[in-house]
Design a protein around this ligand. Structure first.
Ligand SMILES: Nc1ncnc2c1ncn2[C@@H]1O[C@H](COP(=O)(O)OP(=O)(O)OP(=O)(O)O)[C@@H](O)[C@H]1O
Ligand SMILES: [Mg+2]
Length: 319
């Protein structure tokens, strides 16, 4: 896990000073904070057939629960009958397979060296969740260039049957790897927990993705919180600075409470939503998945960005 991203690299001085005084203050919750909470879970109904929605799960800081959210959200959607694929884009330190007790024979490195196609990488976890393993322990995988990241993203165009959802678990930090995968998705879910470094790193990531990659909307998941009030306050803190300094929309997508069952599930190499479906966190993932399922149609890729399921979109200059 990486530590906090150095604040002086990612923040302007003005941002930082204002945020220092703004963070932690209370006020009326922004209207977005209520949206997810009032969205009824719709997972009881069959999914209408629609284009695949690619959702990147990011957060900036290490250890905030990105993989936990990606795995459990993905499996909850799969349990509700959605066709879900989970790409482990934390290449070099990939651990989705470990979390789910899967043993990959191949990973994205094999795709890149041409020894297999994307379909050959698919592993099947419980409830039909499809996993594309990112590969662990090979330094080369952690040092890929943008051309190789783009090749991974474009490989999804080759899928004979695109899934309903492609969840992309991203690495910690602000690397090109994280930025490219997040920018290629239709939605960016920011996992944030109630620690100053999580907030500053999430802000830094939003800043980079909006300024350099044109990402305009983010959906925040408050992780490891004690209650809804704490989750809303967390959203408010981040929305306050991002509204003020960045041209972005930061919606509140939902929350996951701190739950020891999640750690127990990891030790058993399973997803909490599968092992303990009535646990607090599993219930929260169901709520979150219900909200995700109500999100509107994804905006398809323009010609100026590399996007999952973006067809033959031209690469941005310099990539
Ligand atoms: N809601 C929660 N309650 C309790 N523990 C949690 C919760 N969410 C995550 N954890 C624990 O926090 C640890 C880090 O989680 P996870 O690996 O998902 O983080 P990450 O952001 O993907 O980390 P990395 O940046 O290293 O990829 C794990 O041990 C996980 O079980
Ligand atoms: Mg992770």
């Amino acid at each position: 896990m990486s530590g906090a991203i150095a604040m002086n690299q990612a923040w302007g001085l003005k941002d930082m000073l204002s945020a220092m005084t703004g963070l932690g203050t209370q006020g009326a919750p922004p209207p977005q904070a209520h949206q997810a909470a009032t969205q009824a879970a719709t997972l009881g109904v069959p999914a209408p057939r629609r284009p695949c929605r690619a959702i990147a799960v990011a957060g900036g800081k290490g250890g905030v629960g990105k993989t936990t959210v990606a795995v459990n959200l993905g499996m909850t959607l799969a349990m509700a009958g959605r066709d879900v694929m989970l790409l482990d884009a934390d290449m070099g330190l990939a651990n989705v397979d470990v979390l789910l007790g899967l043993v990959p024979a191949r990973h994205l490195g094999h795709l890149l060296d041409g020894s297999c196609g994307i379909e050959d990488l698919v592993l099947t976890a419980p409830h039909g969740l499809k996993v594309i393993p990112g590969g662990s322990g090979a330094r080369r995988l952690a040092q890929l260039g943008n051309g190789e990241h783009a090749a991974v993203i474009r490989a999804f165009d080759e899928l004979a049957q695109p899934p309903d959802y492609l969840l992309v678990d991203t690495a910690a930090g602000l690397s090109d790897n994280v930025a490219m995968f997040a920018a290629a998705a239709d939605e960016v879910v920011l996992v944030v927990c109630d620690e100053p470094a999580s907030l500053t790193d999430a802000y830094a990531l939003v800043k980079v993705l909006s300024r350099d990659f044109g990402v305009r909307r983010f959906r925040m998941v408050a992780n490891m919180v004690r209650n809804a009030g704490e989750a809303r306050a967390l959203h408010q803190k981040l929305a306050r600075v991002s509204d003020r300094f960045l041209d972005v929309v930061l919606d509140f997508a939902g929350l996951v409470p701190h739950d020891e069952r999640l750690r127990q599930a990891i030790r058993r190499q399973g997803a909490v939503v599968d092992l303990w479906p009535s646990s607090r966190s599993a219930q929260a993932f169901k709520q979150l998945a219900g909200a995700v399922d109500t999100w509107g149609e994804p905006a398809r890729a323009g010609l100026d960005r590399i996007a999952f399921f973006g067809g033959q979109a031209a690469p941005v200059a310099g990539w």
